[in-house]
Design a protein around this ligand. Sequence first.
Ligand code: HEC
Length: 516
Amino acid sequence: MRGAIGFCLILAVGFGSAFVAHADDDKGGKKKSDSAAPAKKESKGAAGAGKAAQKAESAKKADSTKGTEKSGTSGASQTGKPVSFIRDVAPILVENCIACHNPRKSESKYVMTNFTQLAKGGQQGEGITLEPGKPDESNLVELIRPNGKPRMPYKLDPLPPEKIATIERWVSEGAKYDGASPGEDWTVVLRKSQSVTIPAAYPATVPITALEFSPDGTTIAASGYHEITFWKTADGTLASRLTGLAERVYDIAFSPDGKWMATASGDPGVYGVAKLWRNEPGGCKPVRELAETQDVVFSVAFSPDNKKIATAGADRTIRIFEVETGKLLSQIEDHADWIFGVAWSPDGKRLASASRDKTAKVFDVEKKESLVTFPGHQQPVYTVSFTPDGKGIATGGEDNRIRVWNPDNDGKPIRDMGGFSGTVFKLRYAGDGKSLLACSGDKSIIVFSATGSQVRKLQGHNDWVYSLAISRDGKTVATGSWDGEVKLWNAADGKVIRGLIAAPGYKPPAAQTAGR
Ligand code: HEC
């Protein structure tokens, strides 16, 4: 059902800004003036930060009134079937309540995402919040009625009468929990019980937030809507689609030996998951879910020896898992804000991270301790990589610059490169270590030499260039932009090999493309 709502909004908002609108409608139109990445920034709103959350919530609600008409909610009240918490009530709470009543933000100390706490009440309503069989004595029902004091959802439009009726009826019928255990996070149960409809043909493009070449270079994997789409590098046609991901895909990585793939994805403000796949000849097969978090996972990285995988995201935590077993080896919480990127040192002993807290850090993997913090960007840091010799670290961020610094000498700067007039979203060294490529919000990609001089600028994207990949043979560069376009470039001369819109079945309306 969430999926359906997502696509309603995409249709309403249209070309290019598809997912921007989903969680923060008011920002969809003016992303250009915003210097940070909208996909990432907007998630803050949905994550429950005060006003932004309310706005996001009301935007969602405005839309979901239409979107849920077909769902079980009205179905149950019309057919006389008993009301189910998971099927009928939970979706109403997700859309209207939990942005303000969750473990991280619990207005009036009231957490609704766990049934035990939902039934118990918050600081005002302990013991009177839910009286099975007696809606009139249940504070929760009192507060959603039009004359509730204070009426919920707080300072937002009241719930439509049929939704209030569904909740009342559920209380009348005994206010039973029909998940597995009342202490569990039922939002997870709900999400798993809902099937997402991925359209055969996309009605709009999706921002290319993640790109990676398959190890053999025959396909390029791109972020889709709840899926990854694989495109043939030889002719740009669709090779295959891989579903089983959260709404947005933020990172795709293959292990150095090519046997594994990992993905980072999430529904902003709600859920995030890092997933491990086995890369088999017939396509990738899911192995297991690694970190499951309450906001998106932005980055995944395999250790050079293929044995470990690091994940990081909006929960400010770096986790390291053993690939074979899925065992959590360590968990590092040292950043004060979202972590956009993680990277291993070539010897696999250290891990570097890039964060919205305006720093990059280096950790000793064995000792699980922080070695150095680099504050030089003074703006959110989006991307990080060790130099191929392991002696330096390159970072890029919202200060529009790439800074190379020495992790063994207190983060002392080695060099710093400009040439961009927008955020540096991603940087990568070519396999031979002779060049560094970076892409930016100014729609360009710059190829730098190992010593930091600009070799060439790749131009031709019509929107933020958000993702970048280099084929393992070093011959081809792929870049992906916010408007859904993927371009393949010849690394040797910087010429475009081909461009494609990485949205299956999407037909660009001529007028819209011209309009941009
Ligand atoms: C925009 C934020 C927001 C949303 C959305 C919201 N609430 Fe609240 N809720 C609050 C605030 C703030 C309070 C405390 C109000 C007060 O005490 O003045 C509160 C208090 C409550 C309480 C009393 C808790 C206690 O102290 O025992 C209940 C019950 C409640 N909300 C239920 C709901 C329900 C049900 C929904 C969805 C239909 C909802 N809320 C949506 C902000 C919100």
